[in-house]
Design a protein around this ligand. Sequence first.
Ligand SMILES: C[S@@+](CC[C@H](N)C(=O)[O-])C[C@H]1O[C@@H](n2cnc3c(N)ncnc32)[C@H](O)[C@@H]1O
Length: 354
Amino acid sequence: MLGLRFDFRQPYTACEAFGKELIAQKKLDEALLLFETARDVYPAKAPALYGMGLVYFHKNKTAKAIALFEAALKKSRGYLPAYKMLAKIDGERFNRIVAQAGIRRNLGQMEAARELYEFAMDIQLETPIFNRTTTIQRLINAKKAKTYLEIGVLNGFNFLQIQAPRKIAIDPLFKIPGKLYRENGHEFYEVTSDSFFENDANKIEKSGIDIAFIDGMHTFEQSYLDVVNCLKYLNPGGVILMHDCCPTSASAANPNREEARKMPCYNGWWMGDVWKTPAYIRANREDLDVFVIDRDFGLGVVTRGKRKNPHGYSPEEVEKMTYDDYISIGREKLLNLKQPGYFNQLDLEKFGVV
Ligand SMILES: C[S@@+](CC[C@H](N)C(=O)[O-])C[C@H]1O[C@@H](n2cnc3c(N)ncnc32)[C@H](O)[C@@H]1O
């Protein structure tokens, strides 16, 4: 028989502290009884359900723990500890943390939001998850990069997670939750990328850009121009990443979104003909090393350095290519497509990252 040594007339915080101490002492059954009793005694059910979940987590009964954390969230939709544990168990759930961070930002709770964005990033790096956000962050960490610039930011899903001393966001129509605060080294420019480079480039003249992420207008012409403009300010060893280099269908690859929407195969995804930019650069620039990682709809990587594996087509030929050509020639050849393992194993020095 377990003897509970806890006075439930005390506030829940005392119960929680006692429960966590029991867990630390590996007295898991005692802790479970404590939290079960707390669930019946205290009006707020979420923390007690969470406590029970913690016990099952420590008993290695993960499915039961997940069910209890989800039950806690049903009782209290904003209960952060449960989100955090769910993300710890399964890193893929990081986007629920990002959503919560956005909610906090909307409420002006900037410190809580910052902490959650950071947590989401840590979870993805630890898991590890390979996507645009972790690829950018790993480069920033490896290079100790100071200035990060993102073209096309939307709601800041990626931008607000990224950790860097100085972060520049460019988008003519931000959907950032909350206000465009200039905290945490954030700088927001609500303009097109062309306008930024024409009118505000003095802001990056001194610092240059260490890592750029291009994810604005999804056309060949604009994404190419964005690369060319970023290259003007790219510091030695700097890296340009591009999103959406691997369209998933003919409609996703249509450079005109309205036309894409009318195509029978349209399912909401749209990458436009951004794929032509890495293919074109690989045709006209021998001084740039370009490859595309086969993840997250194709992550283009552009660095200074000798071109590798040229595809043999001229810039004019690439310009005229269609989605059918992209399919028949193949992404491997046109884009120098690589699997994440290539990026993971890259000799950073050779790659130009350090
Ligand atoms: C796919 S969203 C960006 C998503 C974001 N990078 C992320 O990963 O979370 C594309 C954004 O590009 C912006 N955009 C469109 N044309 C642009 C331009 N010429 N310059 C800069 N941004 C542009 C749109 O307003 C939109 O918010």
